[in-house]
Structure formats: C-alpha cells, structure tokens
Design a protein. Sequence first.
Length: 202
Amino acid sequence: MGYVANAGMPGLCDPGARLVAMCMEKGFSFDVVPGPSALVTALSAMPQEARQFSFFGFPPEHAGEQRKFLERIARLEHAAIIYVPPHDLQKFLSLAARSLPPKATHVLFCRELTKLHQEIRYCRLSELIEGLPENVRGEITLVLMPPSRESETAELRPATLETIQRSLRRRGFSERDVLRILRAVFPGQGPRLRTRLYNKED
C-alpha cells in the first residue's frame, strides 16, 4: 500500500503521521520516500544561512492563541518557519506586526513552492503587509527572521523607556496603562517591552 500526497512531503502537517502510528502499533513494516517539502525548500531559498530554525507548522485558529504563538516566536533568536492558510494570511501578518517590529523583521514569503505559479519574496514584514493583494491563493510558507539588532536598538532604547515609564507612574497611571501607552509609542514590540521593563535581572 502506498500513501501519496500532492501537497508536499507526507507526514509534515498532514494526516500521514496517523498512518505511521498505525503501522508501528500493528507491527507493519514501512518505508519513506522523500518528496518535495516546503520547509526545506524555503530554507534553501533564504539569502542568508539559517544554522538554526524552529518549525511551527500551522498557527492556532483563534486570535488569542495566535498572539501567544507569535509572542513565543518573538523571543527566538533564530528563524521560525510557519505554514499559513491563505485566507488567514492578512490577519496573521497584522498580529505578527504587533509582536515583532515590522520594519526590523525580515521575512521570506513563499507561495506555491515547486509549483507552476511559485512566488518567493524576501523583504521586511512591513513591506510584505503593504504589498500583498487582498486575495492571496495557494500554499503559503513564511520564514520569520529575528529582528535586526541595530534596528531594534534604534527603535527601543532602555533609557527612553524608563524615562517614559517613570513619568507615567508619577502621574498615577497603572502598570497596565503604562504598558498600553508604551505599546502605542513603540508599535510591534509588546514582548520586548515587557522583558525590558518588568523582567530585569537584579
């Protein structure tokens, strides 16, 4: 018996793993013949070497879970590879721009890899959001790179943050309100704001 997928490598983000588990449970022998994988193909199309990466598959469906998902990615110091359904792409990228600095984060956008209408684009997250058409079709693979350190430092200076934080506290603002205001001043850097302001080492 053979299991063949027409959408990439069987077993990666498809029901193939269930078949493997069943074969192991029943004691059946099986073999794997490698096929095209969007994960490996996207990494090979990167203009810079990704010595480390994390593969996340598809993001959660609900916005709240997606925010937590993106906050995990924002803490990484290496590439993150994600499969995104085309109908959720705009919403997902908008949420990503709240967790990652959009002008300092580079992303490899891959659509329909290894197919006739393949599209590969490497740009800033902000440029990708601005340049996408309303209706995107096909299988989407994103490789999110860690924000540029130089850009991050220029956009988010600890001294500036502490000055604003002290000023707001003196005026009676709660910690929650302080964080909301700082998020508006430094858009897309929510996780880093919390780390810089509230998780400092003694």
